[in-house]
Design a protein around this ligand. Structure first.
Ligand code: C2E
Ligand code: MG
Ligand code: MG
Length: 426
């Protein structure tokens, strides 16, 4: 039979009978041949017998987790699209499912079943393209590095508007459209550069430059932050080693880590691998996390933070003051730096008294906990004066420099690394 002319087939693995029946009915009405299973084991057996074009699976089911099913199918049939249909409370599991090879993710409740049809046709088409493109002319498989590393998930009907953005982001890594900018951090007493923070930029090949707020939420929601985050960490460490080889003094290198990266479970192993590959000095690497990341799942978080700390890496709490922190837990965490969010620093100029109290309190708190403190978003001399009068050790902001491309940062570091910065010669 000519494959193009037959109906597509789908397997749905779902223990909720009502949802499973509605998926089956909808897909059958759309012209699919549908197989159904109510648990993981049955799902794997049916997959082997029927070899469907696409699989929809729940994650939490009796007789084996959805991850086992994904793993089995991925091993036996790498080109079959697998779509996770699961609740919103299990984002970590969804990210893990994407890492294991699921192609897409639909959140329950599935209000608009037409998403099943749209997603199926799109993914089956993509599966065919991949099948052809992953086999070279001589029949040999295309090397792994030339394949699409990750697939953008689809968050049901909430995300229609961002599908195009997701698609472009997925290719941005391959097309080398991401770039890193670096912003210096300055010792407020000596005026020396103590470190640089790495900031992601997306330079699209149509000429537009996008800032992180335009696309990081989509990277995070889609799980793409995992491969992109790996690229960021590896590129920043390589850049740092290159600067050192060019004679730049040892300073610290800060890299922002997103929630999905931190919770993926693979962060310490990734960091070890990148340190080995690049020759980065772990004692100079600082990972920036936000309060919301570290205040979630405290036990597991402390374990991960300790593993990272034991590698010699320092940990910083970014945007401090904007999230929720329990001081009790904060004291138990091996965090060595607090970064005062720039909204507090900006407000120093407007309403000195109230906001000064906030900033002063954060600085004293950091000192009490023997943490370094960095003020973000310092834009003028009066903010700097206030911060230095309160012994805030380090400042970062447009007053010193905007984030710069690597080559310009090299010039900046060469000029400012040794002598005290001129604006502090008072
Ligand atoms: P962040 O980590 O708190 O980074 C500081 C942000 O403040 C940067 O914005 C920086 O350009 C901006 N900034 C620095 N000094 C000043 C100043 O004096 N005035 C003003 N108005 N802004 C200043 P950017 O680069 O747009 O990044 C925004 C956020 O996006 C970052 O906040 C961070 O949460 C996230 N982000 C950036 N790069 C990465 C990355 O590589 N990975 C991850 N996971 N997140 C990133
Ligand atoms: Mg940061
Ligand atoms: Mg910040």
């Amino acid at each position: 039979m000519v494959r193009e002319h037959r109906a597509f087939s789908a397997l749905t693995v779902e223990d909720d009978t009502e949802l499973r029946r509605s998926i089956v009915t909808y897909l059958e009405d759309s012209g699919f041949i549908v197989y159904e299973a109510s648990n993981c084991r049955e799902g794997i057996d049916l997959f082997r017998r029927q070899q469907p074009d696409i699989v929809f699976t729940d994650l939490n089911m009796p007789q084996g987790h959805g991850h086992d099913l994904i793993h089995a199918i991925r091993r036996e049939s790498p080109h079959t699209p697998i779509v996770v249909v699961s609740g919103t409370g299990v984002v970590d599991e969804a990210v893990e499912a994407m890492r294991q090879g699921a192609w897409d993710y639909i959140t329950k409740p599935v209000r608009d079943l037409s998403v099943l049809d749209t997603v199926s046709r799109r993914l089956i088409e993509r599966s065919r393209q991949r099948k052809y493109s992953s086999v070279a002319v001589d029949g040999a498989p295309v090397p792994k590095r030339n394949r699409i590393p990750f697939c953008a998930p689809f968050f049901g009907d909430q995300a229609h508007g961002s599908v195009e953005l997701e698609t472009n982001l997925r290719y941005a890594l391959e097309r080398k459209e991401f770039a890193l900018a670096y912003q210096p951090q300055i010792d407020v007493v000596t005026g020396r550069v103590t470190g640089v923070e790495t900031l992601l930029r997306w330079q699209r090949n149509n000429g537009t430059l996008l800032m992180p707020s335009d696309f990081i939420p989509v990277l995070e929601a889609s799980g793409l932050i995992i491969p992109v985050g790996e690229w960021i960490l590896r590129s920043a460490c390589s850049q740092y080693v290159a600067w050192r080889n060019q004679g730049v003094e040892p300073i610290s290198l800060s890299v922002n880590i997103s929630a999905a990266q931190f919770k993926s479970g693979g962060l310490p192993a990734l960091v070890i691998r990148i340190i080995r590959e690049t020759g980065m000095d772990p004692g100079r690497l600082c990972l920036e996390l936000t309060e919301n990341i570290v205040m979630d799942d405290i036990g597991e978080t402390i374990r991960t933070l300790r593993t990272l700390r034991d590698l010699g890496i320092s940990l910083s709490l970014d945007d401090f003051g904007t999230g929720y922190s329990s001081l009790n837990y904060l004291g138990m965490m091996p965090i060595s730096e607090l970064k005062i969010d720039r909204s507090f620093v900006a407000a120093l100029s407007h309403d000195r008294n109230n906001n000064a109290v906030l900033v002063d309190t954060i600085i004293s708190m950091a000192h009490c906990m023997s943490m370094r403190v960095v003020a973000e978003g310092v834009e003028n001399e009066s903010q700097l004066d206030h911060l230095s009068s309160r012994q805030c050790g380090t400042a970062q902001g447009f007053h010193f420099s905007r984030p710069l491309p690597a080559e310009e940062m090299f010039d900046y570091l060469s000029a400012y690394g040794k002598p005290a910065a001129p604006f502090l010669n008072k």
